[in-house]
Each structure stands twice: as C-alpha cells, then as structure tokens.
Design a protein around this ligand. Structure first.
Ligand SMILES: [Zn+2]
Length: 102
C-alpha cells in the first residue's frame, strides 16, 4: 500500500484515496509533428525498475493533480510535488540519489 501526501492540501492517505494518471513529464506532440514523435507521445511509456515519476490525482480529496516520485520495486515514495513543476525538485532528486547509501 502506498502512503501518499498531497502537495496541495497536505493530506496523507492510502493510494485508494488517489487516482493514478500515468507517467509524468511527458513532452506533448500535436498536429504538425513527426508521425513517430506523435505515436511516441500517444503510445510509448517508460516502465522502469526503480525510480519513476508519475501523475496522481487526489480523487477523494481536493481533486488536484500532482506528481509523485516513487520506486517501482520497493514502493518507497521519494516525494510529491505540484503538477505545475516542469521537472522534479532537486531535494527529491537528492533523495533518489541517496537511497541505499545509509
Ligand atoms: Zn489534496
């Protein structure tokens, strides 16, 4: 069970309070783009074994979208941040880099 903290309202809850929204930080391609780029945007997603950045929505709370950095193997959550961030905050990247070094 994932325990997620919403960065908008600050409420922590089990993952059943939230709705997953797929991979975060996708670069969008629309009309006028190369066919391969558009197909990649529509269909291809990363499926890493380890740290991953995902979109989540606080479905049974404030209803807002945000991003979560978590490990797909250990289910450790490195942090959550607002969906308006275009890249993960440095403190979360530092936590990912420091994992397993304790
Ligand atoms: Zn919330």
């Amino acid at each position: 069970m994932l325990l997620i903290t919403c960065p908008h309202c600050g409420v922590s809850g089990e993952e059943t309070e939230f709705a997953p929204g797929g991979e975060a930080h996708l670069k969008r391609f629309g009309p006028g783009s190369e066919e391969g780029e558009f197909a990649g945007y529509l269909f291809y997603r990363k499926n890493p074994k380890g740290p991953h950045f995902e979109r989540w929505r606080h479905a049974y709370g404030c209803g807002k979208w945000f991003h979560v950095a978590r490990d797909t193997v250990t289910l450790e959550i490195f942090g959550a941040y607002k969906a308006t961030e275009t890249a993960p905050p440095q403190e979360i990247l530092d936590r990912i880099a420091a994992r397993g070094k304790a």
